[in-house]
Ligand binder design. Sequence first.
Ligand code: TRP
Length: 326
Amino acid sequence: MAKKRILSGMRPTGRLHLGNYVGALENWIELQKTYDSYHMVADWHMLTTSLETKNIREDSIEVVIDWLATGLDPEKSPMFVQSHIREHAELHLILSMLVTVARLQRNPTVKEQARDLGLEANMSYGHLGYPVLQAADILLYKADAVPVGEDQAPHVEITRELARRFNFVFQEVFPEPETILTQFARLPGLDGKKMSKSLNNAIYLSDSPEQVSKSMMQAYTDPTRMRKTDPGHPEGCVVFAYHEKFAPETAEQVCADCKAGALGCVDHKRQMAQVVSETLEPIREKRIYFETHRDEVKDIIRAGDEKARTVAVQTMEDVRKAVCLG
Ligand code: TRP
């Protein structure tokens, strides 16, 4: 039986951090074993929140370098850049006729972004419609499933509605993709908020052991704990969240020691800096290889574009036939 297909994407935000790894990439690497996988750098999506475009090309390459360094395999998972495949824009145009403005305004993720960015009164038409562009990304490859974090689930829901509507209005072209939710809960940033480049609270996959150690020392700690012998509170502690993720086998013991006042925050941070650095070591090494072989990375993207284009062109032929245009 043919393998099921997944498609997922990331915005080209430049170098990736541990939150991107735990929230998405790790899942993709696992899924490429059993799915026919396509992964996309969503560069057009970047325009929804910033018109500063001059670094996007370089940032796209940085993202792909991190994908390769963590183990995404270009043989199994073609990696391509959205704007290189113009068919995304054509399908987006057609899909945009099949959804109401009111439906898009109800999208909780877009609403939250508008609130966070203070954009409620002056959001662009393209920003409001980016879930439709995302639907085009997914449907163009007739993906059966989309691995994403919880915040992106509303967009997959819109994608399913658009697939149904297109199939009903025109002809049966698209499967309705399932959502594959990332299993591990979000990894917090050093300050306890969501790990994010713009909040300056991230540990990057490219960070040296010295940098990891420096960052870890700045992690938010329990303000009620003045002395090491005071009882600690592992629940809600950032360092403990990293512990559970990267050294689960000792988490229980550390939890008990912390609560009993037998393990201080500074010692715990030192331990975790070491564990995280060791986790990052092989990634950092591969990263250095690709950093210094950028032409190879560009070739990988070119090959990914080709594979993606073959599928995209075929789907658009089906679409044009169904719509009786073009
Ligand atoms: N919107 C996603 C994000 O901000 C990125 C993305 C674009 C995506 N197209 C996609 C994710 C298609 C999954 C499928 O993270």
